[in-house]
Design a protein around this ligand. Sequence first.
Ligand code: PAF
Length: 282
Amino acid sequence: MRIVDDPKDLSAPDLCGCGFVPTMGALHEGHGSLVRRASADGRPIVVSIFVNPTQFGPSEDYARYPRTLDSDCALLEPLGVAAVFVPSVEAIYPRGLEAARTEAAATQLPEVATRPQLEDACRPTHFGGVALVVGRLFDLVRPGRAYFGEKDYQQLRLIEDMVAADRGRYGSLEIVPCPTIRERDGLAMSSRNRYLAPEHRDAALALSRALQIAHSAQRVATAERLMRDTLDAHGLETEYAVVRDARTLMPVTGFERPTRALIAVRLGSTRLIDNAQMTVWR
Ligand code: PAF
């Protein structure tokens, strides 16, 4: 496994048409499962580790986001990864960070990232930064397939639509969704879980419990009430707990389409999200 920081080294013939797993590091078993999924496809695997400044809002945790390169490499090495791409901010944003922030804010995003009033409303600059960096990483790595976790379901839908809308740029790149990996007690794995104070760890379980309880509901309104009640009972500050059309992320208008329950809460200074497929109707 080699560590690559110069984008030029990504054009090595042995990385051609690779399976690509973009990450911000602080890797855990959720990332491990993306790499294992990629490995099952038999392509050389490239993992990127880049804490992307343009997807963090001014009051968010960019500075304190965990940077753990040594343990990240230790997790990746046994998984048969060909290269870990660890670019500098200058390599990704050669025109400087201010210009990149301006570009992120002006990026034309698919509707799925601007209309639903979910993450797009709570973190207004986030998806512009995600789209900018993921497009840039795809341009540099030129993968045949890229793997994204359903844990960040709205991000996954954004990337799918972004790639589908610009085949001229992304060619035949395939986006492969991968299931959320959970701790034994149900907590969805996330790099931000390490911020959770021990007294908050139990309350954080309310997210997966809320999704589980809502799963028995047959109607959107019931599922949403059950989720809110569960989150309230654990003293969480709910930003949203909704059931939406799984493709457009807009409110459900019928019962012919798959739906997705999506939750965002605040717990102390940590923000947690989770989601699950549902079978409910309006
Ligand atoms: O999901 C993440 O870790 C990040 O948003 C991504 C896709 C690597 C872009 O920075």
